[in-house]
Design a protein around this ligand. Structure first.
Ligand SMILES: [Mg+2]
Length: 329
């Protein structure tokens, strides 16, 4: 029987996001592809250390132990490496006990073209070109920043923190803030408080996470989601009403209004934080694994994106849920 990805949360992660390949990357930049290939083959049996995406990927794979025989997530290595240089990565997966058996090794070619074929819900990479192409094609994708130096997470549940504007929500209001200033932004958000914000690049992923939450034992939720936004009152209302209309589960909301995000993220214990602004991601990445969501460079036709989350049989779409209960608990 073919392996069906359509009912799974599928994460595509690059080798450099998952493992510490910093030295190897420097060698590649300094001495070129041949030197890099030679080095990887010679060091095939040397295990790679964890990279910035390692804690999140480990936590996501633990979802598969919740219900025996019912896999919930699949992680696929998506790398510009060739098959020949990938043995070190496979050996390292085995060493760390990561249940990852599938890989797209594009041999230097861009990866975005394969995201649809692998039914990827989230793409994490250290390659800015691949991430930009993925976001432009309508996928949730983020550029992984270097890992924090002093980070450990003993948490069983997956802790994910999302920024609001230009991540979960569209960049529409963010643009008003950037182009016309705070006063115009607050006026616009107050006037439109009852109108849900359009989907941002991570809206569909949040819906899929909510579906998984709803399928599991409520006394032991396997995922904890936090909204960590610079919005504060009076701009909070539209964000809350938008999540309510989407009928998604957000466990915590932090309306910071200028308070730095990094310490809040550390207290939350984020396995990963997603934000669109370098000025937020960079300081956060010193304390918790963090990734930047680039702006979409083209307008995406809504019909191009399958807005229905995976593994869903209920009517959990933004269109059908405008009267939904407040799940922002
Ligand atoms: Mg933002």
């Amino acid at each position: 029987m073919p392996f069906d990805l359509s009912q799974l949360l599928v994460i595509g992660v690059s080798a450099r996001a998952l493992f510490d390949l910093d030295l190897e990357d420097q060698l590649f930049r300094r001495e070129g592809l041949q030197a890099y290939i030679q080095y990887q083959i010679e060091h095939e049996n040397e295990v790679l250390g964890p990279g910035a995406a390692f804690p999140l990927i480990g936590a996501i794979l633990r979802l598969n132990s919740l219900v025996p025989e019912k896999r919930k997530a699949e992680v696929i290595i998506m790398s510009r490496n060739s098959g020949d240089t990938s043995l070190r990565v496979f050996n390292s997966l085995k060493h760390h006990g990561l249940d990852i058996t599938r890989a797209a090794l594009a041999g230097g070619a861009p990866l975005a073209r394969y995201l649809q074929a692998y039914e990827v819900d989230l793409f994490l990479s250290c390659d800015e070109t691949d991430v930009q192409s993925a976001v432009d094609a309508g996928f949730a994708a983020a550029l992984i920043y270097p890992p924090p130096t002093d980070y450990s997470s003993a948490l069983d549940a997956i802790h994910i923190a999302f920024d609001g504007d230009a991540v979960l929500f569209s960049e529409e209001s963010e643009r008003i803030y950037q182009e016309e200033g705070l006063e115009a932004f607050l006026r616009h958000e107050t006037e439109n408080a009852l109108k849900p914000l359009p989907d941002g690049p991570f809206a569909k992923l949040l819906r899929t996470l909510s579906v998984i939450q709803n399928e599991t034992d409520p006394s032991k939720p396997p995922i904890r989601v936090a909204l960590v936004t610079a919005r504060n009152a009076p701009a909070h209302e539209r964000a809350i009403r938008t999540l309510r209309a989407w009928r998604v589960r957000v466990d915590e909301a932090h309306f910071l209004g200028g308070i730095p995000k990094a310490q809040v993220l550390r207290a939350f214990g984020a396995h990963m934080f997603f934000d669109d602004q370098h000025s937020h991601v960079e300081p956060a990445s010193r304390l918790v694994p963090s990734a930047r969501v680039p702006y979409r460079t083209r307008i995406i036709d809504e019909h191009e994106i399958n807005k229905r989350p995976k593994a869903v049989s209920s009517e959990l779409t933004s269109e059908s849920s405008k009267t939904g209960e407040d799940l922002l608990n």
